[in-house]
Design a protein around this ligand. Sequence first.
Ligand code: 3HC
Ligand code: NAI
Length: 700
Amino acid sequence: MTAEYQVHGDVAVITLNNPPVNGLGLDTRQGIVDGLARAEDDAAVKAVVITGAGKAFSGGADIKEFGTPKSLQDPNLHSVIRTVEHFGKPVVAAIHSVCMGGGLELALGCHYRVVAPGCSVALPEVKLGLLPGAGGTQRLPRVIGVEPALNMIATGEAVPSEMLASIPGQKLFDQLATSAQALAQEALAFARSVADVRPLPLVRHLPCKHPQGEAYFQFARNMVKGMAKHFPAPGKCVDAVEAATTSRDFEDGLMKERELFLNLMFTPESRSLRHLFFAERAASKIPDVPSDTPKREIRKVGVIGAGTMGGGISMNFLNAGIPVTILEMKQEALDRGIATIRKNYEAQVKKGKLKADKYEARMALLSTSLAYDDLKDCDLIIEAVFEDMGVKEQVFSRLDEVAKPGAILASNTSTLDVNQIASFTKRPQDVVGMHFFSPANVMKLLEVVRGEKTAKDVLATVMALAKKIKKTAVVSGVCDGFIGNRMIERYSQQAGFLLDEGATPEQVDRAIEKFGFPMGPFRMIDMAGNDIGWAIRKRRYVEQPDIKYSKTADLLCEMGRFGQKTSAGWYDYEAGKRDAKPSPVVLKMIEDYRQQQGITPRKISDDEIVQRLVYSLVNEGAKILEEGIASKSGDIDMVYLTGYGFPIWRGGPMHYAGEVGLFNVVQAMKRFARNPHDDAKAWAPSKLILDLAAAGKTFA
Ligand code: 3HC
Ligand code: NAI
């Protein structure tokens, strides 16, 4: 049973028991109503306490039920709250740990609320693209005031119970328990103390006004518009709270809230955010690595290479309080690397994001070395040296000699074969890829590359460590480019073909930026450096001669236009500035190339640009799934949302394809494959996408 019923003398206690967070799913809702019925029928029961078992009072409505018939099935949350309100004996909510969403709404429907200190209280529905749909927007303003309530509702942020209890005149909590441990006893005593009170107080009867209503809500609307331009929910939160102050009666306000809630539930933005919520949590789980797999202890980290990546990688561990030793070949390289780390921290101190003493404490955890022997007490060693198999071999052979038994040996390689790297050691089970993204101290994504022989406890350790250093870790199998870069190859390939056929770099960038990427492919590669892709393509021309590319990117590099670092790439740049200006030289180079290839340029629509770029990601993503490189489509979405700037409100490429409809995506792929200037082979739809489209399914 997901809600338990017990009687303690003259008080009945209904305990929500639906792990992990007592989500208010159908069974739990039914359990509450059944418990109330038993308490009603028992003349010896004078009052009821509702509380939660385990680590939450309640995390709110059961999000897994959304979109299923169960979410609407009676008793729905509204009818549960109504039953509580109309109950003939006092109902007291005993709140602890987490009280969110529908959980808080249920508590607000109770006659009284006793709360433990240290409880996180929130109406976080807006983070799922929704608004509180069971009276939260109507009741919370009545107990803590309109402005504090709207702040909580429109941001979704959690507020500690003590802080809410200290709002002057608040009616949210009737009593703050002396401690979390004392809550149960104090709630029982409170229930007994109000057993004879009649009529029972209801939040719905409290007044709800704002002295400068119209002006205040206009101000609030402007605020949220600026903050959340792609998301409809924050604006609707304002509408719902305003309705609490203007509606003729409470029921009208509730109706307005319900209408807004149901409309939001069917928006693509909310579907994307809900997908993201589950995908983020699912990414940390590896199907064949149970959550209780023992983990290795990581007390000290070694980093090899103090270049672009090594420095940023080190900062992650320093920030988490884990000592780091960086190893380099030469003192100058070490000095340069350390100076960059200092510069990054000093910029944070200057902006007020880091306290000076914390900066010093972090630097004190950092040591440097030119000798491998200094790494022998490290529990994890991450290699970030040049992207060259020969250099990786030198490093891993040496590490095999010095690292202590059980140390995890990780490579930050972005394209090389982790199985081959592991074979340079006699302990391939301890070798794993940890592919950070640049700048490594900022970007959330960490691709954890699982080699054929990587041990399960190594994976479990790295996934847990990722959480500690605040990264979103996604597991990838071994292939060229892993999940993210393998897909971006296809995207860049399409960007090149679009130029060949008549688009300009500016048009391509503008179209995809309008779709929601922060930067189009050409601005992005100008920032990263065109020479990087050039080196990779040169290798591909040898290894995979049948891949088709536009040659414009190579011609650009032959002109020495490597991007921002040379003040010239696909665009022109003023030295030291990042503003991209269209370059007549580049446009001429593209035109000449078209002529030489015999291509008559055509006008390409923004829609075609977006479809070709995004669907190229989707098809490669489907192949990655089919090959088992990624274990679930949500992992691919997480990679693109956290590492490549895919617009959050579209939920990632695989989710987005489902929104468009896989049938439509396949039709478009077939159309693109017929284009003689494109790569028909690359557009051949994966078997997985064909099967799913035929079955009317999505990747989820
Ligand atoms: N419904 C179903 N499952 C939920 C859930 C919910 N409301 N909230 C959390 N979970 C699940 C997670 O999916 C995860 O499951 P898993 O272990 O199978 O992956 C598990 O609970 C633990 O979640 P976290 O990893 O996030 O655990 P934390 O301890 O870090 O955080 C939390 C707990 C603060 C409750 C956090 O999970 C959270 O913020 N949850 C979302 C709360 C929320 O948005 N509530 C509003 C729901 S909508 C609503 O109530 C509508 C109503 O207004 C009508
Ligand atoms: P980098 O050239 O900036 O730094 C490499 C550093 O390694 C240099 O300081 C060099 O002196 C040092 N080094 C080389 N051989 C060494 C050895 N044998 N022992 C000790 N130190 C040695 O290179 P970057 O960009 O930091 O790349 C490092 C690795 O990270 C590469 O494998 C690369 O593919 C990968 N990577 C790079 C990303 C990027 O955006 N730059 C993103 C993700 C991964």
